[in-house]
Write a protein that binds this ligand. Sequence first.
Ligand code: T4K
Length: 378
Amino acid sequence: MKSPPKPFPYPLYVTRPFLPDLARYQERLASIWSDRWLTNKGRQHDALHDALRSFLGYDNLSLLNNATQGLCIALKALDIQGEVITTPFTFPATPHAISWNNATPVFADIDSRRLTIDPQSIESVISPRTEAILGVHVYGIPCDVEAIDQIAKRHGLKVIYDAAHVFGTRLNQTPIGQFGDVSVFSFHATKLFHTAEGGCAVSPSPALIKTIDLLKNFGIEDEENVSAPGVNGKLNELQAALGCCVLEEVQTELLSRQRVLSIYQARLASIAELELVRIPGEASNSLQYFVIRVPSRVTGISRDYLHNALRQLNIVTRKYFFPLCSTFPHYRNSLSVRIPLPKAESAASEVLALPFHGQLTDDEVHGICDAISYLMTK
Ligand code: T4K
């Protein structure tokens, strides 16, 4: 038997924010100081807006203070009030945004291979009250956008995508936010591209982005006219400046994550007891998460065992996304859960997000792989 791995002397977190060159950020802060302009669409906001439009390839883009608020605003902009079919295998923000709009999230099961919402399951929960589908491109795996589009057209539904994990993703060369009525990205600190807290909405429709722009600024048209019950969803100047700096260096972080990914793939693919969650070939990899599946039926070793044993070694993995949103107290006994969700349940009990970010050294990634290999095969 191999000797047991030693714990790391410091925690290896599931992610760490990328921090750009501090001097470059200080230059931008100096410019904010001289403008004395801290929020409400200043120069940094406009610079980030333009840079993201060209980097991501979207004409219509609205910067926001976070993706959760972005989803709430997008649903409001589409005037969604009835039922919204969504996935339970996601971060709580997804169904909560529906609830905050006084609409009802209705959970469909996921596709066991892609882990995104299953179009057949969507069809099985459509009711006369269904108004929209909210899909999540989980871990960077695109939803089956064509099937969802067809269902939406057949039933007259709106389509919203939670694009929190797909910064920069292209599907067969098309920017992922071109699909559906609107997509909402997260720029939280834990994301590849970030503004500490932040996000954006993109849409093929300029009119919809205009409505989102209005709703994120209290519905204010001008000094004397307020035309809608908006909220405060604005991205401030300090965060926009950070985003400008991160965007200038995002390629460095992408390359570093690619290095980490290559080591994981080379080392872990040979462990028969594990499955690696992979991004399908038709999509570019957003390099947001690296996730494995531990199918306990094969080995008797559970995901929870691996999670806990790694934690003892200072390797901090996360069970994204367990528990399923459909099990939360305010959803589980409600109209939200109408069908069994076996594939989502199985995924939620088997997935484990490993430390994945550009600051990990090769030795650390090899150390994580050694530990997993030891624990899975001892
Ligand atoms: N939709 C989906 C599908 C999402 O995944 C999310 C967010 C949203 C919508 C909502 O987007 P936002 O409204 O946030 O824009 C984290 C993030 O807070 C959350 O944004 C993200 N998804 C989710 C998957 O992960 P937690 O509760 O796991 O975060 P936390 O604080 O435990 O951080 C994870 C690790 O990151 C820590 O163990 C250490 C490291 N970390 C974190 C922060 C904040 C740092 O090293 N430095 C930091 O500043 O939710």
